[in-house]
Design a protein around this ligand. Structure first.
Ligand code: SF4
Ligand code: SF4
Length: 173
């Protein structure tokens, strides 16, 4: 880490992005990911792609998920993690990519319309709770896979997805 007249300089910051499941802490991820593309090839749903140049030199070409294009379907066997040779995707940490939030004023179910699409399609048990037909995301269970956002039929998408701002690092052996 560089030192300046004002003290130790923090590592360069990056824009938060959605990484594939099991991605370790971002700085370690960027240091260890070889941009080989094996997770991209392994994903049976084409949910992972290379980050574009516009996200900056450090992030460009690393694997990201954009739920608006194709959400992660939370495969039981996580082929993306299994394919990652450097182990920057690992099953030793929870496969949490972020979290979803229902924007109530945009959600059809909050406006006298029957709509249960997000809770029906959510692949994670207990992540969406329905109360009187209205969905709420349970943050502790949600993995941020983005399926709810991908399927939301509201005229303006009612699901806000936020990437995980801090992810755990690989546990020591
Ligand atoms: S869990 Fe499955 S759908 Fe999700 S990124 Fe990995 S391989 Fe793709
Ligand atoms: S609530 Fe949405 S983002 Fe969270 S696990 Fe379910 S489908 Fe995925």
């Amino acid at each position: 880490m560089a030192t300046t007249a004002l003290g130790t300089r923090s590592p360069p910051r990056t824009i938060p992005v959605f990484r594939p499941p099991g991605a370790i802490e971002e700085a370690e991820f960027l240091a260890g990911c070889t941009r080989c593309g094996d997770c991209i090839t392994a994903c049976p749903y084409d949910a992972i792609h290379n980050a574009p140049e516009r996200l900056g030199e450090r992030v460009a070409a690393t694997p990201i998920i954009e739920a608006d294009t194709q959400a992660c379907l939370m495969c039981e066997d996580f082929p993306c993690i299994a394919s990652c040779e450097p182990g920057v995707l690992t099953d030793r940490i929870p496969p949490v990519m972020g979290t979803a939030v229902v924007t109530e004023h945009l959600c059809l179910a909050y406006h006298h319309t029957t709509c249960t699409v997000c809770s029906e399609r959510c692949p994670v048990e207990g992540a969406i709770l329905l109360t009187d037909g209205k969905p709420t995301v349970i943050e502790a269970a949600c993995t941020g896979c983005g399926v709810c956002r991908y399927v939301c039929p509201a005229p303006e998408n009612a699901i806000l997805l936020m990437p995980a701002f801090a992810r755990p690092n690989r546990p020591k052996p």
